[in-house]
Write a protein that binds this ligand. Structure first.
Ligand code: PGA
Length: 254
């Protein structure tokens, strides 16, 4: 079901100790300051901290635990990999898949990502599936075509029931970690397009019910404007999720 959601993607940052301190600041601030809003919050720390941070999240609250990646394999001799089942067993409910950094630095393509999606969904994890164009693609006026291809190849092979579990994050690569945010109009335009594509691939109801997040240099200053767009349901936050004050202010932006 469509909801307001803010996910913090810590990427490869913090130590165990700093991570625990950060999450305790965030949960305290949010519990004190965020009232009268049903926004859900997903915290996505690095793998080694997941279990401990999950235990620090207040039970039956707006807080949920997410991972930043998972293996497409179920189990076995895959040195260094982390399976969806492992993530689920330490309390993860969500997993980010298809982040542009994974696509770019670890050569994850739509084919591999569709296997990862299947693995996550088979275990009951909710994927946060990322799409987004490079600056080159945007300047060539190919944004819609590119996003459509990512959706078709990466996501739209899922059944209706599987697709129901998916959150989509639109993250223009040129806006990630650059301080250059998409304007709210640019974000809205692509979010509306994504919803249209969902309606075509599934149906109008699926399109209406899908949570679509914006990501890319979202911060406490621009979140309110971005989240006020009709097709923007929240944010996937990198840099600003590492600062409790900023992250809480973003969560308060609804
Ligand atoms: P950023 O990262 O907020 O630091 O731009 C967003 C993301 O990569 O998910």
């Amino acid at each position: 079901m469509r909801k307001n959601l803010v996910a913090g993607n810590w990427k490869m940052n913090t130590t165990y100790q700093d991570g625990l301190a950060l999450v305790s600041e965030i949960t305290n601030m949010v519990q004190d300051e965020v009232t009268g809003s049903d926004v859900e919050v997903v915290i996505c720390p690095p793998f080694p901290f997941l279990a401990a941070i999950g235990k620090q999240l207040p039970e039956n609250s707006r807080f949920h635990l997410g991972a930043q990646n998972c293996s497409q394999k179920e189990s076995g001799a895959y040195t260094g990999e982390v399976s969806a089942r492992m993530l689920q067993s330490v309390g993860c409910e969500y997993v980010i898949l298809g982040h542009s950094e994974r696509r770019q630095y670890f050569r994850e393509d739509n084919e591999l990502l569709s296997q990862k999606l299947k693995a996550a969904l088979a275990t009951g994890l909710k994927p946060i599936f990322c799409v987004g164009e490079s600056l080159e693609t945007r300047e060539a006026d190919d944004t819609f075509k590119f996003i459509s291809q990512q959706l078709q190849e990466g996501l739209f092979h899922l059944s209706n029931e599987e697709f129901d579990q998916v959150v989509i994050a639109y993250e223009p690569i040129w806006a990630i970690g650059t301080g250059k945010t998409a304007t709210s109009a640019q974000a809205q335009e692509v979010h509306a397009y994504i919803r249209e594509q969902i309606a075509q691939a599934y149906d109008a109801e699926a399109a209406l019910n899908t949570t679509i997040l914006y990501g890319g240099s979202a911060n406490a200053q621009n979140a309110r404007e971005l989240f006020s767009q009709p097709d923007v349901d929240g944010g996937l936050i990198g840099g600003a999720s590492l600062k409790s004050r900023d992250f809480t202010d973003i969560i308060k932006s609804f």
